[in-house]
Design a binder for this molecule. Structure first.
Ligand code: GUN
Length: 279
């Protein structure tokens, strides 16, 4: 049986460590606050935003909510971000994505001050990751690194295959695994023989957004399998990009969905908020 990588437990550990750190910082007179912006009322976004605010409350930092109507103009949103950039009481700014279609997502990300960009989406933070300098790292990939490290899974020297090349997960994931001295391959929809590539992986990280796409045939015996996907099935249950029932008997270690990568994203967001506070 594969080792089950427990994201719920590990994210709780991290949040408890951060709670202590926040206490220490407050003892030195340093306060923290995260501004959370949501445009429109997409139900999935509302759930994420609520969980992010709850996590702030748990670790002891203040959150400020900005719930803007769907028909907010891009200019109005940018004006709000610029105001928050200048506000010395705010040390983190997060605009929940996706924003409505009439807004330019890249422009919004670019407008958030890099030193308050706790999502790690600004090109300055992405660039810092590329060249190995300090900056905020995208939360989901940072969470995967913590899952591996805290589960005792060796990364250095291992063959790592990342399936998916999004700006939020795939690309920063590959860079982080490289920083940890893995040999990294990025695969995507145009990869010639995806099965053969995946089968080479000691650590297989999947972020493609296709339910149960990775079956046992993709996985080397004993490999570590990290599933970033989350999908609601017709029967109401959640599943990932990996066919868990099929892959679990082959894998050496595996993340479940739910309870694997998911809870780590918010824990790492809180980590970035505390870092913003401490800087
Ligand atoms: N939408 C989906 N994931 C994320 C995230 O990590 N941050 C933000 N801001 N929006 C998202």
């Amino acid at each position: 049986m594969a080792q089950l990588i427990d994201g719920k437990k590990i994210s709780q550990e991290i949040k408890d460590e951060l709670k202590e750190k926040v206490k220490e910082l407050k003892g030195q007179g340093i306060e923290g606050a995260l501004a959370v912006i949501q445009v429109g009322s997409d139900p999935a976004s509302s759930v994420y935003v609520r969980n992010k605010k709850r996590a702030c409350e748990y670790i002891g930092i203040r959150s400020e909510s900005y719930e803007l109507p769907e028909d907010t103009t891009e200019k109005e949103l940018l004006t709000l971000i610029e105001k928050l950039n200048k506000d010395p009481k705010i040390n983190g700014i997060l605009c929940q994505l996706p924003v409505p279609a009439h807004m330019d997502e890249n422009k919004i990300i670019r407008t958030i001050a890099p030193e308050k960009d706790v999502d790690g989406f600004h090109t300055q933070n992405v660039g810092a990751l590329v060249v190995g300098q300090q900056g905020f790292v995208s939360c989901t990939p940072a969470g995967v690194i913590q899952l591996l490290k805290r589960s005792g899974i060796e990364i250095a020297g291992k063959n790592c295959v990342v399936v998916g090349r999004s700006n939020i997960v795939g690309k920063p994931m590959a860079l982080l695994m490289l920083r940890e001295n893995a040999t990294v391959t990025i695969c995507h929809s145009r990869t010639a023989d995806l099965k053969a590539m995946c089968k080479q992986a000691d650590i297989l990280i999947v972020a493609v957004g296709k339910p149960k796409m990775i079956t046992a045939e993709y996985v080397k015996e004993g490999a570590t399998v990290i599933d970033v996907g989350i999908h609601r099935q017709e029967d109401g249950k959640l599943c990932g990009d990996v066919d868990f029932e099929q892959v679990e008997p082959v894998a050496g270690a595996i993340t479940p969905v739910p309870g694997g990568v998911g809870p780590m994203t918010i824990a790492m967001l809180m980590n970035n908020c505390v870092e913003a506070m401490a800087r």
